[in-house]
Ligand binder design. Sequence first.
Ligand code: ATP
Ligand code: MG
Length: 193
Amino acid sequence: MRIGLFGGTFDPPHVGHLVTAVNVRHALQLDVVVLMVANVPWQKVGSRPITAAQHRLAMVEAAVADVPGLEAGSDEIDLGGPSYTADTLALLARRFPDSALFTIMGDDAAARFETWDRYQEVAQRSTLVVVDRPGAPVELPGDFRWLRVEVPRLEVSSTDLRARCRDGRPLDYLVTEPVLGAITERHLYEEAE
Ligand code: ATP
Ligand code: MG
């Protein structure tokens, strides 16, 4: 098994995430890409209110429901507490002993890779996969096993989508319809942050 781990807050999940997941899966011939929903995204705590994990998981499930090869991951939520990719990779390695693991991230995340808890363990347990995001492309140190996959650059962020929602601007085509349905149904992003 070749497994891609694409972790995020997904608050909400958008087409940038989906286009990345589908294209990395294709480029690296992965069996599956797991969009792993962070339970407590500890690097973001304090900077803004984070939507409850169950809502974020429901949105990711809605996003991947009919996409072959993409899955919503709830392991970090099941584990509880702050989420660390090193732990998630260890869990995947135990569950799928003969698998090759790939940790997928955008340039902004790659730029901060060395602030991740036990980032050396992350680099040891997986091949790092970096995709373009607006801004300067990031180079990871050469002693890490890492590669860049070209995907269409989509200047979409969850931060912008939350602002759009609050202002009543449309989210159509920036998130999939089922995700939009989940946002409306659950009354998410209606209040100021
Ligand atoms: P926020 O604005 O709240 O930080 P976000 O859009 O950056 O949200 P995250 O959940 O923080 O989404 O990101 C999860 C992962 O997805 C990160 O590795 C990030 O770099 C990547 N990512 C997010 N948006 C895009 C995009 N438009 N294109 C490629 N990668 C993306
Ligand atoms: Mg982000």
